[in-house]
Design a binder for this molecule. Structure first.
Ligand SMILES: Cc1ncc(COP(=O)(O)O)c(C=O)c1O
Length: 404
């Protein structure tokens, strides 16, 4: 058995030698990474700044308050809770705060790109609350707003509407959906786990002004440590804080809260907007490249993207999503298999892949690089060995980043 240190070295090598296009991952900065390895991991701090259940929290309080202040500033939110251990925890806390067990919730269907914490039967959300789901239209793959309205009409007892997705490549019309939810007497929650960086940079409509609660993961496009965060109106602040602690969690991971503060410092700095603009431009370039390389092999769902991901139906390759994921992975190109809406295959196989631009953009890639990556992927799918070219491209990107 290799030692943990050896495994860390191997993982670092893996990350250095592969092109990672997993839409939900990112590379954190050295600053964020450093925060995760600090003595704050030794500290218990149940409670909130100024109201703790443990002594010795004077520096913890300052760290957490700094993160809260930055989160409020960045997202223009009335209240922020930076303690959720993950996006899923943030969602469970939001439900605990806003609704009661057995209450009805309308959310985006898992099979069409939603998340398991939006009412999957095997998740706590699906066990404790009654979920009904809207999806996308078959013809264009966009959110079926007619179905959304119909379900609200048919279910006048819906207490909460949840929007947000794991694999939806288009902009979500938060204001419009919130207005409809309110007309039907429901509260409105947006889960921006994937697009939090885009919202923070002003490159996606913000749900904050129209939502009761907004939840997110902090390790995706916003480029922070693994964790979650909740924003809400002042009206819900007390309930949200009590739902996170003591409702769902014990002590916060103070070292992670410190890393979230570092992430937020980076996200309020001007360079972050430039990064996110490039993330979107690169995703669009990838969508175009898939179509140009071979539109029959790679059917780009919805015809393109508005955000950081491209959803591709790979049926035309003669392989399923799992096979493509494996084939690419063997050549150090990482994507993930993904359900496509109305997928005839099981979720262990799938007909699609999800391809994202956040990581390669962190390395400094621009549009022309994305076309090269798609060509490499296509060669790999055709059975060519491209691992040397992948490594060469990674070395080029890394040295360009060092030089820049
Ligand atoms: C829409 C959505 N919500 C919540 C989550 C949960 O995130 P976490 O892995 O931080 O629990 C994800 C993760 O992919 C997601 O896509």
């Amino acid at each position: 058995m290799p030692t943990i240190e050896q495994l860390i070295t191997r993982e670092r090598d893996r990350q250095t030698h592969s092109i990672n296009l997993i839409a939900s991952e990112n590379y954190v900065s050295d600053y964020v990474l450093r925060m995760l390895g600090t003595v704050f991991t030794n500290k218990y701090a149940e409670g909130y700044p100024g109201k703790r259940w443990y002594g010795g929290c004077e520096f913890t309080d300052q760290v957490e308050q700094h993160a809260i202040d930055l989160a409020k500033e960045l997202f223009h939110a009335e209240h922020a809770n930076v303690q959720p251990h993950s996006g899923t925890q943030a969602n469970l806390a939001a439900y605990l705060a806003l609704i009661k067990p057995g209450d009805k919730v309308l959310a985006f269907r898992l099979e069409h790109g939603g998340h398991l914490s939006h009412g999957a039967p095997f998740n706590a959300s699906g066990k404790y609350y009654k979920f009904v789901h809207y999806g996308v239209r078959k013809d264009d793959g966009l959110i079926d707003e007619q179905e959304y309205v119909r379900l609200l009409k048919e279910n006048p007892d819906v207490k909460l509407v949840v929007t947000g997705a794991s694999s939806y490549p288009r902009a979500i019309p938060f204001a419009r959906m919130a207005a409809i939810a309110r007309e039907h007497g429901a509260m409105f929650m947006a889960d921006i786990a994937h697009i939090s960086g885009l919202v923070a940079a002003g490159e996606h409509e913000s749900p904050v002004p129209v939502s009761d609660v907004v939840t997110m993961s902090t390790h995706k496009t916003i480029r922070g440590p693994r964790g979650g965060m909740i924003l809400c109106t002042a009206k819900h602040a007390g309930k949200i804080d009590r739902a996170v602690f003591p409702g769902c969690q014990g002590g916060p991971l103070v070292h992670v809260v410190a890393a979230k503060a570092a992430m937020l410092e980076e996200a309020v700095a001007p360079g972050f907007k430039t990064y996110i603009k490039q993330v979107i431009a690169n995703a669009k370039a990838m969508a175009k490249a898939f179509t140009e390389v071979n539109a029959k092999r790679y059917r780009v769902l919805t015809g393109g993207t508005d955000n950081h991901m491209v959803m591709v139906d790979v049926t035309g390759t003669g392989k399923n999503g799992l096979e493509i994921e494996k084939l690419l992975g063997e050549q150090n190109l990482y994507v993930n298999k993904n359900f496509i809406p109305f997928d005839p295959r099981p979720n262990t196989e799938t007909s699609g892949i999800r391809v994202g631009s956040p990581m390669i953009t962190t390395l400094g890639a621009v549009e022309a690089d994305m076309a090269r990556v798609v060509q490499l992927m296509d060669k790999a799918v055709s059975g060519e060995n491209v691992s040397k070219q992948v490594q060469a491209m990674m070395e080029e990107l890394t040295s360009r980043k060092r030089a820049g």
